[in-house]
Design a protein around this ligand. Sequence first.
Ligand SMILES: Nc1ncnc2c1ncn2[C@@H]1O[C@H](COP(=O)(O)OP(=O)(O)OP(=O)(O)O)[C@@H](O)[C@H]1O
Length: 258
Amino acid sequence: MKDPDASANPPVDGSELIRFDHVTKRFGSNTVLDELDFSVESGKHVTLIGPSGSGKTTILRLLMTLAKPDEGTITVAGDKLFPAPEKQVREVRKKIGMVFQQFNLFPNMSVLRNITEAPVTVLGMSKDEAEARARELLDMVGLADKCDARPTQLSGGQQQRVAIARALAMRPQVLLLDEVTSALDPELVAGVLDVLRDIARTTDITMLCVTHEMNFARDISDQVLMFDSGRVIESGVPEKIFNDPEKDRTREFLSAVL
Ligand SMILES: Nc1ncnc2c1ncn2[C@@H]1O[C@H](COP(=O)(O)OP(=O)(O)OP(=O)(O)O)[C@@H](O)[C@H]1O
């Protein structure tokens, strides 16, 4: 399962890969992110936890440019993602890969083609190179024998593992994971989390994850950020946040979910 080459040209470990400065996002009168500041260092695995509606998914959607902030700046690997000219946004956006709750695979393409499509059309990779890379990634997620299958012939857990391979095929510097096991039957969750644990352990990719799987968060995170009402109210290593949180709000949240 080793894939030392999951991300292209990773920045030097310890440098800042993602930075939010005073980011505010409103939906009508609802201020979802409120002058949010936080950063993620290159190579680290950071998990966002917090109550439903606290703004976690919105952060990932801003990074994917699926939504825009109202105020503030977002920087990725030293380059502005917001505010920035459209051409720069497209370049910076290539550094980011995301796996969603729903797998969003193309149903009428083979598994292999689902993975090679964007590297060929967006990155201009040759078909041969993209296929070789896709086969390596399918091996990494334990689906080497499913290249020719259609997504509908796979279980939800297998589809999600294809979606993980598809995100990595673009050689992003950061992988965003948004509640990737929420849509799965319970017996399929462990297989997907094991694949992600292996990716966290064996690659140098930076991960920013939203999850309700607290054991998974404890296992893979270098840092856990506790969110409430659009702000980080507490952050620290998992041992600290899960065993000895400082804020009552964090304690209340964890006692409700653990
Ligand atoms: N497109 C949208 N239009 C209007 N309101 C939205 C939109 N997207 C999100 N919101 C609102 O923003 C708030 C934060 O949503 P978000 O999905 O970021 O929360 P979350 O912390 O990820 O929650 P959960 O854990 O339930 O997924 C919620 O009140 C939500 O209703």
